[in-house]
Design a protein around this ligand. Structure first.
Ligand SMILES: [Zn+2]
Length: 338
């Protein structure tokens, strides 16, 4: 996929295109950022760019054509000069794999201009493998470009980090996620739902089953809001939520998305009509009559829960505190347990 087709990563893509068009590419890059946001896609786009047989136009809009023999072979994973190094043994990139890279770096490119090595995930290189890789970086033969892909830049050896130019990739925005989902055949409505739950990751968005997600989302919203009716139910719900930190994160995302929907619906009929029908129905069932100010307080309570969960707060206590604040706000109080 040429650079022009990469969604939602304008800044890193522009940086790479400028460097390429200006003949100023570094010898080694580290593409760092959260999972599923397009790091490997960008690595392949760069591999296509440097090996394209007929790059389109010039200047800052220069790009791989995406259709020549070289571009097609890279996209299909069949180009002999573009080598993807991924973990073979369980989750580890072995020293043997790196040695093979080193041996082949010395050979001339078969048919491309530039040999491109993509190590993904680079943080899965154990220390011996990383040290062997470092040697390759120090003494590359021929024209080679190294791209390390990682979700954890700081887990790479400092000696490797210092030899790579870091390129940051950020979580994808909702619009980019929706575009990617629709490219993969999702309806506009499914794309909106999945994008709202994907935490900026296209990989995660594509892994969601829209129908299952809809049911799950409704259940979470109904159970949580239902539990605000009485303190014993609220404490039970907090206990359930606190059993699994990982799923509490997802539950918080669902609640946040719902609260945004409910806030939108308070603005007026025209805004309510913008919500997909099934989400509108849940809002009407749960949050009718709750004023915007209370919904904003509830949104704050949920954001705060997500923040402290990220700081390793105890999951059950975090859920309990959030639910108490939600209950107070929904009943017209000022916020409860803060
Ligand atoms: Zn091409």
């Amino acid at each position: 996929m040429p650079f022009a087709e990469i969604c939602g990563q304008d800044r890193p893509v522009a940086l790479l295109r400028r460097a390429w068009a200006g003949g100023r590419l570094a010898q080694a890059y580290c593409f760092a950022g959260p999972p599923g946001v397009g790091k490997r896609t960008a690595a392949l786009a760069l591999a296509q760019a440097v090996n394209c047989l007929s790059p389109a136009s010039a200047g800052m809009n220069q790009d791989a054509c995406g259709t020549c023999r070289s571009c097609r072979r890279i996209a299909a994973g069949q180009h002999p000069d573009v080598i993807l190094v991924t973990p073979l043994e369980k989750t580890v990139v072995t020293i043997e794999q790196v040695r093979e890279v080193a041996a082949r770096t010395g050979l001339r490119a078969y048919e491309g201009n530039v040999k491109v090595w993509i190590v993904d995930p680079a943080d899965q290189m154990q220390e011996p493998a990383a040290n062997a890789f470092l040697k390759t970086l120090e003494e590359p033969a021929g024209r080679s470009l190294f791209i390390l892909v990682t979700t954890a830049f700081t887990r790479l050896l400092p000696t490797i980090r210092s030899r790579c130019q870091e390129v940051r990739f950020n979580p994808l925005g909702d619009e980019a996620l929706r575009t990617i989902l629709m490219r993969h055949g999702r309806s506009a409505e499914e794309a909106i739902s999945a994008a709202a739950l994907a935490e900026g990751s296209a990989e995660r968005a594509l892994g969601l089953d829209p129908a299952e997600e809809r049911v799950r989302r409704e259940r979470v919203v109904l159970e949580t809001w239902g539990a605000l009716d009485s303190i014993p139910a609220l404490l039970d719900q907090a206990e359930q939520m606190g059993k699994d930190r990982g799923s509490l994160g997802t539950v918080l995302d669902i609640l946040l998305a719902f609260t945004r929907d409910a806030a939108v619906a308070t603005v007026g009929d025209a805004c309510r009509a913008l919500l997909p029908a099934e989400r509108r129905a849940v809002v009407e069932r749960v949050a009718t009559g709750i004023p915007l100010s209370a919904l904003l307080e509830i949104h704050q309570a949920q954001l705060e829960a997500r923040r402290v969960l990220g700081l390793n707060a105890q999951a059950r206590f975090t859920a309990e505190r959030m639910l108490l604040r939600m209950r107070a706000a929904a009943r017209g109080g000022t916020g409860g347990a803060s």
